[in-house]
Design a protein around this ligand. Sequence first.
Ligand code: NAD
Ligand code: TYD
Length: 359
Amino acid sequence: MHVLVTGGAGFIGSALVRRLLAEPDVTRVTTLDALTYAGRRENLEDVAGDARHALIVGDVADDAVCDRALGGGVPSGANANPNATATAGRPDVVFHLAAESHVDRSIERAAVFVTTNVQGTRALLDAARRHATPRFVHVSTDEVYGPLAAPERAREDQPFRPSSPYAVTKAAADMLAQAYHRTYTTPVTVVRMANCYGPRQFPEKLIPLSIARALAGEAIPVYGDGQQVREWMYVEDAVDGLVRAWRSGVPGDAYNVGPGEAEARPNLRVLELLLDRLARPRALLRHVEDRPGHDRRYAIDAARARAQLGWAPRTPLEEGLSRTIDWFVANQAWLRAALDSGDTARFLDAQYGRRLRPT
Ligand code: NAD
Ligand code: TYD
């Protein structure tokens, strides 16, 4: 099996690459990644010496790049990576994770979200169609359903009601994936995942940002009243859902993958757990001006994934949080490099400088 992972240098993608290389029938894994601020070569460091893995540096919104990657060729031009010579041969399955993934960045500037998430998904689906890629797993999010009032939870046939520019682009990508199956029988399976956390998550999302700031003794921004609820899934459980969707999922079907009520927590509770585990004072928490259009609660029903894929989450939040904190404490050079990458310093200052300044 030759597997292609887009976004494989990112948080979930790099965990998926490691998991795939441990699968007995996987002979080759190709990562296609543009190495944006969130895509880091260091995330693939421990597979760098593995001859079965190759990294193609390229943009999924570029038709020529997708065409060559799914056709088994090597992209040429400035972005070509010498390792890419190892990629010859068409992939048997594509996992599409490449995306702009941060809601706050989409609120600041939506343009690149439309290009990467919508146009990029279209370009990759067209390449899959042209090359008759046998399987395509499209990675989507619970955010496509929008906020739900308790005790409601979204099943896969729930209408989409995305709020943020990020969620809207993911909804468009998800619908394109479904449309390509309906229209061209492209064998796409969609997986809609709950909030993930774990090692290597970029320090702009709630958990890694708060770990970074707690370690530095800095104030931690809590948006609004901090009572917004997310269902937290450890990254290895998420990756297990993706592999199962490939192995047992039905093309044309969508699967919600999330731990449900057991791991649902208000943000404030997650931050208290985190500070307690780090032995840092809760006085670091600062309520700040809320995110515009902030979704109050996400909740998905993963009954279909449990019944049809045999998926079940294994990692309770307290345990996953401990592992995540241990990883960040042991990898502070990674953290510093991430905080220095791209325009991260500018972005964090624009987000939090004014909000955290005493009035
Ligand atoms: P991430 O931001 O850590 O990684 C995204 C990766 O995509 C990076 O390596 C980046 O370099 C790459 N990328 C961005 N633009 C690209 C482009 N134009 N061409 C090629 N590569 C590009 O994101 P993540 O948290 O690992 O999320 C992965 C996927 O899972 C995304 O599709 C996201 O929408 C989805 N998802 C994430 C979560 C979560 O909680 N993190 C939850 C549900 C769904
Ligand atoms: P985030 O990690 O950005 O994921 P998403 O918006 O995709 O759910 O945010 C998780 C929750 O934490 C969300 O309700 C927003 C909130 N939040 C804060 O309160 N402070 C922060 O600094 C960040 C980044 C998020």
